[in-house]
Design a protein around this ligand. Sequence first.
Ligand code: UD1
Ligand code: CA
Length: 451
Amino acid sequence: MKYAIIMAAGKGTRMNSDLPKVMHQVAMTPMIELLIQSAEKAGASRIVSIVGYGHEIVEEAMKNKCEFALQEPQLGTAHAVMQAKQLENLKGKTLVINGDTPCLDDKTLALLYDELDDASMVVLSAIPSDPSAYGRIIKNEEGYLEKIVEFKDASENERKITEINTGIYGFDNEILFEALKEVKNNNAQNEYYITDLVEIIKGKGHKVKTVLASDSEEVAGVNDRIELARANKYMQKVINESLMKAGVTLIDPNNTYISKNVKIERDVVIYPNVYIEGNSYIKSNTTILPQTFIKNGIVGSNCVIDSCHIIDSEVKDDCHIGPYSHLRMNSVVDSKTRVGNFVEFKNTHFGYESRCAHLTYLGDSDIGRDVNIGCGVVTVNYDGKNKFRTTVKDGAFIGSNVNLIAPITVGENAVVAAGTTANHDVEDGDLAIARSQQVNKSGYGIKYKNK
Ligand code: UD1
Ligand code: CA
C-alpha cells in the first residue's frame, strides 16, 4: 500500500500572516491542496496532513480531501510525523512531504515510491542555484549518503556543500515508525528533526539513498512571500507550457493565470489577463477575450467569451457571451445563445437560440428556446424574505424595460409589452401590457422651454 504524510503544522513565521502557511495559494490553489492532488495522482491511497497552527482553517478547507493528525505543540518535523498514528503498524511505502513545496509534481513522487523497491529510506535532494539555508546532504568518499545537517547546525565546510535536502522523503512505513522513537532533540533548535532518520535507519542496517531532483525549482520550499511569488511564477509557467503543448494558444503566457486542475481542449485561444480556476473545462475552438474570470465553469466549443465572469456555471456550444456578462450559481446557457452587455444570470437556465443582449438581470429563471429578452428586463425574484422562480416558455418575446414579478409564468409565444410590470401569469400566445396611457398636450413643449 502507498501512503503520504504532509507536514503542515508550522506557523510559517516568515510569511508574516494570519493564515497558516500551507493555505497560501500557488496558481490559485492552496499549497496543501496541490500536494494532496500530487500525492493522490502518484498513487497514495491514504494521505494524512499534520496540522497545528490554524488547524481549524486547514481542516475546514481540506475536509474530505485527506485525513488529519493534530500536532500540538510543534516540536519539529520528526515529531510531526509521529502524530500520524493512524498509519503506525501498517505495511507499505510512505512519502513524507514538507507542506511548503507546492510545485512538486506527481511524477517525482511516483519515482520516490519506485525507488523504495530497493531502499528503506529515500531522500529527494536538489542542487539549486542558491543553496541558502537548506539542510545539507553529507556524503562519504564513495558518494553514499551519510547524514543531513541542518544549516543552523552545519560547520563552515558543510555549508559549502551545494546538494541540499528538499524535505521530501520516502520510507518503508514500519521502519519509519520504529526509527522515529529514537530521534532526539539535541541540536541548535531543540527540535526533533526528521533528517536524523538517515543515520538512525542506516544504523539499523537498512539501505538509505538520495535521489537527485531533475529540476530544483520544482522542489523549492516557500518560506516567505518572495518565495511564494517565485513558486507562483514557476508553477504558472509549467501549467501554461503544458497547455500550449496540448494545442492551446496563449497570446501572452506571462499574463495568463490558469490553475492546475483546469482542462482546456485544442485550438482554444486565450487572451491576456484571463483567470481560469477550480474545476473549469473549456472545450475546443473557443476564444476567451481579456479580463475574463472563470471559476468552476464549463464553456462549450466555438464560443466567444468576452470580458465575463462565469462562476459555478455552464455555457454550451456556439455561444457569444459578453462583453461584461456575469453568470453564476448553477446557471446554464444552452447552445447558440447570445448573452450581451451587462447581463447577470443567477441560477438561471437560458434556452437554445435565445437572446438577451443588454442590461438585464435574470435570477431563479427558466427561459425556453428562441426567447427574446429585451433591454433592461428584470426578474423580481426576491420579496425580502423568499426567492421565487420565473418561467418564460418557448418563443416568447419580452419587451424592453419589463419587470417580471415572480412567481410568474409567461406562456409559449406570448408577448409582454415594453415597460410592463407583470405580476401574474400570461397565457400562451397572449399579449400582456401594463403601463399608463400616454397623453400628448399640444404646444406644451415650446411653452415649457420658453418659461
Ligand atoms: C526543512 C528540513 C531541511 C530542508 C528544508 C527544505 C528539517 C529539520 N529540516 O527545513 O533539511 O532543507 O525543510 O525545505 O526537517 N512542520 C510541522 N511541524 C513542526 C515543524 C515543521 O508540521 O513541528 C512543517 C512545516 O509546516 C513545513 C515543513 O514541516 O511545512 C517544514 O518545516 P520548516 O520549518 O519550513 O523546515 P525548514 O527549516 O525549511
Ligand atoms: Ca521550509
